[in-house]
Design a binder for this molecule. Structure first.
Ligand SMILES: Nc1ncnc2c1ncn2[C@@H]1O[C@H](COP(=O)(O)OP(=O)(O)OP(=O)(O)O)[C@@H](O)[C@H]1O
Length: 259
């Protein structure tokens, strides 16, 4: 059964179409990376999968159910690019992660032993259990990202959707991130991941989907590092490293910035 099915989807903002005729299927247990240049429509695609932006054409199914009828959102975990700016009293790391349990337990039932255990397991998984009582604002950017993945994992989702989760994140946090995602995958989880650089996440990726100017320009194995990108000291992969299929132009803007 497909976990995500996007069929001939079009999405626009203010009447301007951004995604054109996108079709994409993600099967249970797959890890799919969505790659592409800035502004190509990657985030819009994941937001549409999450139901955060409406389609102007086409349809999306989640776990075999039409998205408009889908109610089981606890099965979907979302990791945004950044923790939003805090307001007033900063939440602790434990509180942020506990918020990932709300869809499971409902807001009117106090957290129970199962919820607390899930929070502790998720924080242990990302290597932050010793920071559970610290204000989240005292963590580094990479540790805050790990807190966000712990929040998503605490909800025990079947599908994780991540929007550039490791952009600008330190190497140790990227490794911790990759470890947690690998264990999630081993447990049967499905992952859709927007990325600009794959870095340590690369070995996890089953399939890369390159979005270019709002269309799927290429689909296949994740791009191999090549040229000086393959040097031992160069540990990340750019989306422009994808070998374009004949006649398909992949992320020309990225090629310009390549060095
Ligand atoms: N809320 C919005 N309202 C209007 N236009 C938007 C909105 N969000 C995105 N866009 C536009 O849609 C296009 C695609 O943006 P999107 O964020 O999906 O690209 P992206 O590939 O994720 O880029 P990046 O790698 O920079 O995050 C861009 O031209 C952007 O300006």
């Amino acid at each position: 059964m497909s976990v995500v099915s996007v069929r001939h989807a079009a999405v626009g903002y203010d009447g301007r179409e951004i995604l054109h005729d996108i079709s994409l299927t993600v099967s249970a247990g797959e890890v799919v990376a969505i790659l592409g240049a800035n502004g190509s429509g990657k985030s819009t695609l994941v937001r549409s999968i999450l139901g955060l932006v409406p389609l102007s054409h086409g349809r999306i199914e989640l776990f075999g159910t039409a998205q408009r009828k889908f109610r089981d959102w606890a099965r979907v975990g979302y990791v945004p690019q950044r923790l939003g700016a805090g307001s007033g009293v900063p939440a602790t790391v434990g509180e942020v992660v506990a918020s990932g349990r709300l869809a499971r337990r409902g807001i009117f039932r106090p957290a129970g032993a199962v919820d607390k255990a899930a929070v502790q397991a998720a924080l242990t998984d990302v290597g932050l259990i010793d920071r559970i009582n610290d204000p989240v604002t005292t963590l580094s950017g990479g540790q805050q990202q790990r807190t966000l993945i712990a929040r998503a994992l605490a909800g025990k989702p079947d599908l994780l959707v991540l929007d550039e989760p490791t952009a600008g994140v330190d190497a140790a946090s990227q490794e911790a991130f990759a470890g947690a995602l690998g264990r999630f995958e081993e447990g049967g989880g499905t992952i859709v991941l927007v990325a600009h650089e794959l870095g340590p996440l690369r070995p996890l990726i089953d399939r890369a989907v390159v979005v270019h100017e709002g269309r799927v320009a290429h689909e296949g194995p994740p791009p191999e590092p090549f040229g000086h990108h393959a040097d031992p000291g160069h540990d990340h992969v750019h989306p422009h490293a994808v070998q374009p299929a004949p006649g398909i132009c992949v992320a020309p803007a990225d090629r310009i910035t390549a060095n």
